[in-house]
Write a protein that binds this ligand. Structure first.
Ligand SMILES: [Fe+2]
Ligand SMILES: [Fe+2]
Length: 438
C-alpha cells in the first residue's frame, strides 16, 4: 500500500479517503439527476392519474436527493463544479426511456425494478464503506435516501403487479452490469458484442397525445354551453351563480391541471444540458401541478361526481407538443399561469361564502404555488430560450409565441371528439343538479 501511495502526489494521498467518498457522491448525484430527466417521460405515457401523481412525487423527491448530494459534494474538494452526468450514465437512462411505442408499464418496470433497486444498492454500499463519524453529514443524508428509495419501490409495486417485463429488465440489467452497478462496486460483466442500444436505433419522441387510460376524454372542458361543457366560463364570474356551482366547477378546473402535468413532464428529457437547478424547479412545478390535480380528483367524488363521467381535456398537450419545449414553457408560465389570477381570485372569494375550510385551504395553496410558478418562469425562461438558441428579447419571444399558439390551436386543437354523449358526461346543467340548485 505504501508503494502505491508514494507513486501519487502527496496531496492526493493525504486526502484519499475524502476523494474516494466524493467520487461516489458525485456518481449518486449524476444518477439521481438523470433519473429525474428520464423518469418524467413516464408521466404522459401511463394512463392512470394515481400513477402519474406518484411518478411526479418520486421525481420531486429524487430532485431533492440530487440537490442535497450536490450541496454535500460541494463541501468536499473534488466534487467538481459542472453538473453534467458522464456519458455512460446518460446512455443508460436514455436507453431506459424506451420507444414511444413500448408498453409504458414495461418501461416503468425497467425504471423501478432495475435502475431504482440498483440505486438503493448503491446507497447501501455508500453507507457500508464510509466512516460513520468522519463522514457523518453524508451518512445522515444517505440514511434518509435509503428510506425514501425503499418507500418508492413499495409505492410503485401494486402498479407493476402482473406486468410482464422480463425481457426489457434483462436488457437494462445487462447494461447496468457492464458498469458494475451505479458505483462500479460489483464485478463488471462486459456487454456482449451483439448488444443493441435501442435508443440509438430509434430515438424516443413524445407521443402525439397523452394517455388517460380508462377515463373519457374530450378537447376542452371550458365552454359556454351548459348542456355541453362542465365549466361554463360566464358562470365563473357571474355574481348570480350559486357558490356551490362555482366550487364544483373549480374542482373540475383543478383536476384538469393533469394536462399541465403531462405537457410539463415533456420538458426535462428535451433539455439534457440544462443546469440542474432548472430541472429542480421544474420538478417542484410538476409536483405542485400533480397536487393541484389531486385536489379536484379527490374532492369531486365527495361532492357526488362520478369520475367516469368527467371527460379529460387533451387540447393543451396536443397543441403544445407540436411546439418546442421553450415555447411550451413560455406559454405555461407567462400566459396560462400569469393570466389565471384574476378569475381565480374571484372564484376564491365566492367559495369562501360556503365556509368550506378545506376548499379555502386547497385554493389558497394553489394560489401560492401558482405565484411561485410564474417566478420560476421569469427565472428560467431566458435560460431555456438560450438552450434552444432563441436570441430575441424575452418579451418579444413571448408575444410571438402567443401568436403561434393561436395558429397551432386552430390546427391541432379541437380534434379530440367527446368520449361520452352530452347526456352521459358531466356538464354545467348536471353541476347545477349536483349542487342542489336545479
Ligand atoms: Fe396549478
Ligand atoms: Fe402552475
Amino acid at each position: 500500500m505504501a508503494t502505491t501511495a508514494s507513486a501519487r502526489p502527496a496531496s492526493s494521498g493525504r486526502m484519499a479517503a475524502v476523494n474516494e467518498m466524493t467520487r461516489l457522491l458525485r456518481l449518486l448525484f449524476e444518477v439521481e439527476r438523470e433519473f429525474l430527466r428520464t423518469v418524467t417521460t413516464l408521466v404522459y405515457r401511463v394512463g392512470e392519474p394515481e400513477l402519474k401523481y406518484l411518478v411526479c412525487q418520486h421525481a420531486w423527491e429524487s430532485a431533492g436527493h440530487a440537490r442535497f448530494l450536490r450541496e454535500r459534494g460541494r463541501e468536499l474538494t473534488t466534487f467538481g463544479t459542472q453538473e453534467t452526468a458522464r456519458a455512460e450514465i446518460k446512455r443508460l437512462f436514455d436507453e431506459a426511456v424506451g420507444r414511444n411505442t413500448d408498453d409504458p408499464l414495461v418501461i416503468t418496470a425497467g425504471f423501478y425494478e432495475v435502475l431504482k433497486p440498483a440505486l438503493l444498492e448503491a446507497y447501501r454500499h455508500y453507507l457500508k464503506v464510509t466512516d460513520h463519524l468522519a463522514d457523518w453529514p453524508s451518512k445522515k443524508l444517505v440514511e434518509e435516501f435509503i428510506a425514501d428509495e425503499e418507500r418508492h419501490l413499495a409505492e410503485i409495486k401494486p402498479w407493476l403487479q402482473g406486468v410482464e417485463a422480463r425481457e426489457w429488465k434483462l436488457h437494462l440489467t445487462q447494461a447496468l452490469d457492464d458498469l458494475g452497478g451505479w458505483l462500479g462496486q460489483e464485478t463488471r460483466l462486459p456487454l456482449a458484442a451483439g448488444y443493441v442500444w435501442a435508443h440509438q436505433q430509434t430515438p424516443f419522441t413524445h407521443p402525439a397525445t397523452c394517455n388517460r387510460g380508462k377515463y373519457p376524454v374530450c378537447s376542452s372542458v371550458f365552454g359556454y354551453d351548459p348542456t355541453e361543457d362542465p365549466i361554463v366560463r360566464p358562470w365563473l364570474t357571474d355574481p348570480n351563480t350559486d357558490a356551490r356551482v362555482i366550487r364544483l366547477m373549480v374542482y373540475v378546473w383543478l383536476m384538469m391541471e393533469m394536462d399541465a402535468i403531462d405537457y410539463l413532464a415533456t420538458v426535462f428529457y428535451e433539455t439534457p444540458n440544462a443546469p440542474f437547478d432548472l430541472h429542480f424547479d421544474l420538478a417542484r412545478h410538476l409536483w405542485d401541478e400533480s397536487r393541484h390535480s389531486q385536489f379536484g380528483f379527490r374532492q369531486l367524488p365527495k361532492l357526488g361526481v362520478d369520475l367516469m363521467t368527467v371527460e379529460h381535456s387533451l387540447d393543451l398537450y396536443n397543441i403544445l407538443i407540436q411546439m418546442p419545449p421553450h415555447e411550451r414553457y413560455a406559454l405555461m408560465t407567462m400566459e396560462f399561469e400569469a393570466g389565471s389570477f384574476p378569475t381565480k381570485a374571484h372564484v376564491m372569494d365566492r367559495v369562501r361564502e360556503l365556509n368550506d375550510f378545506e376548499a379555502d385551504t386547497l385554493l389558497a395553496f394553489d394560489r401560492n404555488d401558482e405565484q411561485n410558478h410564474v417566478r420560476y418562469g421569469h427565472r428560467w425562461l431566458p435560460e431555456m430560450m438560450a438552450q434552444f438558441g432563441e436570441t430575441r428579447p424575452t418579451e418579444e419571444f413571448v408575444k410571438a409565441t402567443q401568436e403561434k399558439f393561436k395558429e397551432f390551436a386552430a390546427r391541432f386543437g379541437g380534434l379530440t371528439p367527446h368520449s361520452l354523449t352530452k347526456e352521459k358526461r358531466l356538464t354545467g346543467e348536471k353541476i347545477l343538479k349536483l349542487a342542489g340548485v336545479a
